[in-house]
Design a protein around this ligand. Structure first.
Ligand code: NDP
Length: 336
């Protein structure tokens, strides 16, 4: 495993980070979840990402159980706050001081730890003054419940404003967690340059486009059993954006490029995001331990510019690059 600094900080994280969205507490049974976490630890992954909202808090519990007994100082545990949890009451959502203060306590209890290394605003809250949110984060850090603060799917301007306030309040906002893959490159024009300027790294989600870039979904064919696209508990709905024959056909064209690099297609997809120096980690999911063992081999891989260009030629115009998508795909109002 290789490690990278997170933003302008002294914190090192594993460049392949394990996340448990849609899997723990939902798609996969707890014993499989534990085996995936074990496979991650064995492969040298030290950084784990979850959120209060995953499986409506169950994912944090599963991860906490799976990491029990590990040396806390050897791990980096990340979680998030914003989306409605529990009974989804009027204050069980967003980035108000009340919800942040209550949510961090719930997360720490479920994760069975005294602090998280990174606490992230899972989206921007259009209904809470940013000053209130940042003051609450400052207090969470001062209470020792989180060491660093991050955000997810914030626009370049929102990140810039958040970082300025964090400096005034005396804590470190060091990460942005956006979607990024060969197919979804909307952060490249605005979010990445701004983050480079203000000392923030990307921790990128769905680098394999939820499994699509592994090449296992074939155009015109039914999704393999047990795959996310076949998961009616939520996965199928989440992945459907990429499940069309145009995308799936182009993706098959990446196979010879992966072969040339002596990588599997999933490894190629992960290595691709890691070529961007502003990316601190590729945040991968897994429904089976074998996937973790395969995917970690993307750590440290260097892709030559000629090979990167071939990828662009094969994918052509199916790549989404519109910087406006960060704002467009984020909630325009706080989700109740
Ligand atoms: P990936 O793109 O890594 O997709 C992971 C899924 O792809 C697996 O669960 C598995 O699904 C399939 N897969 C993985 N490896 C292979 C392989 N080698 N061969 C074939 N199939 C494979 O990322 P996710 O979409 O899971 O997201 C990763 C993490 O990012 C999340 O757990 C979460 O921590 C974070 N995230 C953050 C968001 C945010 O808003 N901040 C939003 C979404 C995710 P299967 O076997 O079921 O097909």
């Amino acid at each position: 495993m290789e490690f990278r600094y997170l933003g302008n900080s002294g914190l090192k994280i594993s460049e392949i980070t394990y996340g448990n969205w849609l899997t723990h507490g939902s798609q996969v049974e707890n014993d499989v979840a534990t085996k995936c976490v074990q496979a991650a630890l064995e492969a040298g992954i030290s950084t784990f990402d979850t959120a209060d909202v995953y499986a409506n808090t169950k994912a944090e519990t599963v991860l906490g159980d799976a990491l029990k007994g590990e040396r806390r100082e050897s791990l980096e545990i990340f979680t998030k706050v914003y989306w409605p949890t529990g009974p989804a009451g009027k204050n069980d959502t967003g980035l108000s001081r009340k919800h942040i203060m209550e949510s961090i306590n719930g997360s720490l209890t479920r994760l069975q730890t005294d602090y998280v290394d990174l606490y992230q605003a899972h989206r921007y809250d259009t209904e809470t003054p940013l000053e209130e949110t940042m003051q609450a984060f400052a207090d969470v850090v001062r209470q020792g419940k989180a060491l660093y603060i991050g955000v997810s799917e914030w626009t370049a301007d929102q990140i810039r404003e958040g970082v300025a306030l964090s400096k005034q309040l005396g804590f470190q906002l060091i990460s942005s967690q956006p979607q990024y893959s060969m197919l979804w490159r909307v952060i490249e024009d605005e979010v990445v340059p701004t983050c480079e300027e203000v000392g923030v790294s990307q921790i990128v989600w769905s680098p394999i486009a939820q499994g699509v870039l592994s090449g296992k979904y074939l155009p015109g064919e039914k999704a393999p059993e047990g795959s996310r696209a076949a998961d009616e508990k939520g996965g199928a709905d989440m992945i459907k954006r990429f499940m069309n024959d145009d995308v799936l056909t182009r993706v098959q064209g990446l196979k010879p490029i992966a072969d040339e690099a002596a990588l599997t297609m999933a490894q190629l997809a992960i290595a691709w995001v890691l070529q961007n120096p502003n990316v601190a980690a590729a945040l991968v999911g897994a429904s089976r331990p074998e996937q973790v063992a395969e995917n970690v081999k993307a750590a440290g891989v260097k892709l030559e510019p000629a090979l990167m260009a071939k990828i662009d030629d094969v994918l052509g115009d199916i790549v989404e690059r519109d910087a406006g998508k960060t704002k467009e795909t984020a909630p325009q109002k706080r989700v109740a």
